[in-house]
Design a protein around this ligand. Sequence first.
Ligand code: CA
Length: 709
Amino acid sequence: MNILKLRPVLKLGVALALAATLAACQKPAQIGNVDGARIAAADGNTEWVSYGKGYSEQRFSPLDKVNTTNVAQLGLAWYAQFDTDRGQEATPLVVDGVLYTTTAWSKVYAFDAATGKPRWSFDPKVNGAKGFDACCDVVNRGVAIWKGRVYVGALDGRLIALDADTGKVVWQVQTTDTSKPFTITGAPRVVKDKVLIGNSGAEYGVRGYVSAYDAASGKLVWRFYTIPNPTGAADGAASDKVLKDKGQATWPEGAWKLVGGGGTVWDAIVYDPALDMIYFGVDNGTPWNQKERSGGKGDNLFVSSIVAVKADTGEYVWHYQVNPGESWDYSAVQPMILADLTVAGAPHKVLMQAPKNGFFYVLDRTNGKLLSAKNFVPVTWATGIDMTTGRPIENPAARYGKDVDLQMPAPLGAHNWHPMSFSPKTGLVYIPAQQMPFAFQNEENFKYKPGAWNLGVNLLANAAPMTAAQTAAMAAQVKGWLIAWDPVNQKQVWSAPHPYFWNAGVLSTGGGLVFQGAAEGQVYAYDATNGKQLWQYPTQNGVIAAPMTYELNGEQYVALMVGSGGGGQVSAPSLMPTRPRLPGRLMVFKLGATAKAPPFVLPAQPTIDLSKVTVNGDPKHGYVVFNNNCQVCHGANATGSWLPDLKRSPLIITTADFNSVVMEGVKAHNGMVSFSRFLKPQDVEDIRAFLVGQGKGDPLPGATTVSAK
Ligand code: CA
């Protein structure tokens, strides 16, 4: 071929190749084109590109078009209704005009952020039986977005990468051992092309870790185990060296070797790009009771700790343990916020956390040194934190034994996963805080039950019969507030009480506002400086998720997932509104909007006639077995109304029907798996006898000192 004739063809080829390259570059620029620089910049701009807005997770937006002078005009711009009535914990993200959110059962949705027009949805089709492994509802807290992909952690332990434009699966990996009761409820974060994801399961018995997967391929890059391998072997993981050097000696003999030890990383993961450090929070140990877990000895690293690692390798940098030898489900997984503060006259790069134990911690995040700590709610387990050692000054009674220790905070914490917010404008942290007492007592003859809750704590102690006066006194101790906290001076500036203890995540804005929903079915806006309520809107259903805000085409929007659920609703239903479960909704507000979401059609409550029902069981033993096996989902003494109220269930009328659910697992698709692993046939009939009695209004058959057979 004549070389001269080839030249135009070559030129054309180069041009085509160039066009293709340009097209490839331009495509991700349109949808979901998030990288590290964009997440780092998101703290101060109109976007919301990562779980806590930007890497610092302050959940403060400088947007001020909606402000203290006009927030009263906020109305509904658009809404979407979902197909699940379980808890909605997600914070939506808005990137390139698209709003991404998740619902219970790890489903992902993409909408046009201005109009609410659906773009795509994705259902990972989690097996409903997996719901049994979720201690605190089948929730999901949201997605991560990176370079044209959307990442979601599914309840069954998969990490899934979706195309941000189409919702199609790009890759998925199983991040957990499917033979163990692991779940994922947390939002992934992406740091330097690595997707970070942890998991849950410390109530059941697993060994916790956090993993980094390559964002492009799904290949595991590094993994950090939070507690030593019970076999003493190395894992070939980033944590090997520090677990050998610092961890192993803190774990004497105990049930942890059998049970798995806990220490899951189920919520907070934050990143400081300047220090190139990732910080994550670690859950309680398994069993809860340290006497059972490690003979009552040892700090049990890194249970209940904040751990800092290098972003590229997962290599340990520092840790701070909020509860050495933790024994009360006082996890340190709660949301963390990074900020620059002047503490005691000196500037510090700080990390702030209000973990379950009720103290507000300010750490120097360069080295993990404790700068200050103060309780933000009343606590009974400790009198303070020793600033020399950084260790809590425990009340000796908190190390419970044979006697009941009535303690605050409860295992649900003084602050749980509900996101808090830091406003650089007011200098305040807005904390969704709560209070409830809990009776801690050793579980006599603790035995590991694979697959079940393994606490080493006598759950019956919280189901003891009480007089009306005792019930009223206990109820008076159950409280919920939004607390505005000055982190520099460690003191409360204002608080807004809620009628229920289990409240909702928080957003603060440059418009001088703090937004928060609530269990009673409202979303509120408060003046960030003094807590004055400036706006409220009826959401028709309880709220637990955090609001977020974004600006599009010059308009500011506030978006919120609506739907009650989560740990407080599931395990303490008698302290929550009696509203039935309702489908989740996404509600998006803007100034002057007048859209209306239709009223929910409330499901009919079953009425049953128990007058002719006969039982062949012992209600007194049924009371014991119920409270040891069923109360964490169906309420102490069958007071539940959110997950089925069993004393009003038509399924208790006959032994055959009750057995079909409890022993044969016909409702496994709802998470109610067969309990034949845990119960004998007579136990089930005894539970039925107890439930029928409660349905008829019988007094509790138990005595206060009853212990499990
Ligand atoms: Ca826990």
